[in-house]
Design a protein around this ligand. Structure first.
Ligand code: RB5
Length: 151
């Protein structure tokens, strides 16, 4: 797969570790994050990576900042993005199965590199179930596109 990766200044080491890990699994990884530990706004990385996923420039993406939260909030403002913050593999699996999350996020100050690898593996290796979940995912899109929800 062609996977985007983005990060702020708190997560450079984590980004590099996960990038190398994904490449070792045969994925092509596009780095959109900062490579410097100088302060870098997570909102920028979230936006750039969100656009890259929404446009199809990459198939999906991994985002990491201190908590994973700020960067996910920014990415989720891009139409078509479902970015989920996960701190363990169970949620990573379920967010693919049920929410069809197209970006996985985690906190570099929250999880260690080995846990992050497990989170990414679980998310990448799980398939979206569709079916009854599609209606709910479609509702998220409806809110995004219309700022309204018919329910
Ligand atoms: C940066 O200090 C920190 O706010 C950021 O990495 C992230 O945790 C925000 O959600």
């Amino acid at each position: 797969m062609r996977i985007g990766i983005g990060n702020d200044h708190t997560a450079v080491e984590m980004k590099n570790a996960i990038k190398a890990y994904l490449e070792s699994k045969g994925h092509e990884v596009v780095n959109y994050g900062t490579d410097s530990t100088e302060s870098y706004d997570y909102s920028i990385a979230g936006y750039i990576v969100g656009k890259a996923v929404a446009s199809g420039e990459v198939d999906c993406a991994v985002l990491t900042c201190g908590t994973g939260i700020g960067i996910s909030l920014a990415a989720n403002k891009v139409h078509g993005i479902r970015a989920a913050v996960c701190s363990e593999p169970y949620s990573a699996r379920m967010t693919k199965m049920h929410n069809n999350a197209n970006i996985i996020c985690f906190g570099a100050r929250v999880v260690g590199v080995e846990m992050a690898k497990m989170i990414v593996d679980e998310w990448l290796n799980t398939k979206y179930e569709g079916g009854r979940h599609q209606r709910r995912v479609d509702m998220i899109t409806e809110i995004e596109q219309t700022q309204n929800l018919k329910y």
